[in-house]
Design a protein around this ligand. Structure first.
Ligand SMILES: [Zn+2]
Length: 254
């Protein structure tokens, strides 16, 4: 299975519009971060997790040719605002399955009502088939099984997803013991780490590292990173040997 980091930045992306922060001014390509998303592929299957406002650019730079489905973590705009741009895939493939909590499906129905129109729908509008994700109910994705991981982003429920020995968790602040148990024996864990300073709804760096120590994956990749975390190169130097700061267009094989 291949995991391609389409975006690794927090909600504003890096550089932040109008910012003179040195990380926003950095010329290192690893300091440029689009909104968080990953592309997961194996055999002939191709799925993405989240579809933020940078989706179009991400599909172009990764050269992704098809999307068999989109797994949503939650409804926040940095994870969903790109849904209109799935149309080129619709034109080639038809309807695209989207997997999400029922609350997220309802939210998308309100915000992108034209996508879900049944009467007089504009022929060029995006087309999706909704599949509700329910905690403790693993579901099939191609020929693999996905285990939903129920976490909290402040007061908002968010789904992480485990596929084989890979787990992707973003926008986590707290996680129950029963959910941590679903993360045993991982080869790769992707987990959010916003910055060094604490934050109300995201793990900071220390919380993410403590969580990695608890879960003990073979390797961990940090994502959903703010510019105030610092330069990629500097932050990476101080991380444990099996922990990596993810960066845009990084591809790993599991
Ligand atoms: Zn987010």
């Amino acid at each position: 299975m291949k995991v391609y980091f389409l975006g690794t930045g927090t909600s504003q992306g890096i550089p932040v519009i109008g910012s003179n922060h040195p990380v926003c001014k950095s010329t290192d390509f690893k300091d440029k971060r689009l909104r968080v998303s990953v592309w997961i592929s194996w055999e002939n299957y191709s799925f993405i997790i989240d579809c933020g406002p940078d989706f179009r650019q991400q599909m172009l730079s990764s050269n992704c040719q098809k999307v068999d489905g989109i797994l949503f973590t939650h409804e926040h705009a940095d994870h969903t605002a790109g849904i209109d741009d799935i149309r080129p895939f619709n034109f080639k493939q038809g309807e695209i399955p989207i997997y999400a909590h029922q609350r997220v499906i309802d939210n998308l129905r309100r915000r992108f009502d034209y996508v879900f129109e049944t009467v007089n729908k504009y022929p060029g509008a995006p087309s999706v088939a909704t599949i509700e994700v329910v905690n403790n109910e693993p579901f099939c994705l191609g020929n693999k099984t996905v285990i939903p991981i129920d976490v909290m982003h402040g007061n908002l429920q968010v789904f992480g997803y485990r596929i084989d020995d890979f787990a992707y968790l973003t926008d986590v602040k707290t996680i129950k013991k029963s959910e941590i148990e679903k993360l045993e024996n991982l080869k790769v864990l992707v987990i959010n780490a916003l910055r060094e300073e604490p934050h109300d709804t995201h793990f900071n760096l220390k919380e993410a590292l403590d969580f990695i120590t608890l879960v003990q994956p073979k390797k961990a990749y940090l994502t959903h990173i703010s510019h105030i975390m610092g330069y990629h190169e500097e932050v990476q130097k101080n991380l444990p040997d099996n922990v990596f700061l993810a960066f845009d267009n990084l591809e790993i094989t599991i």
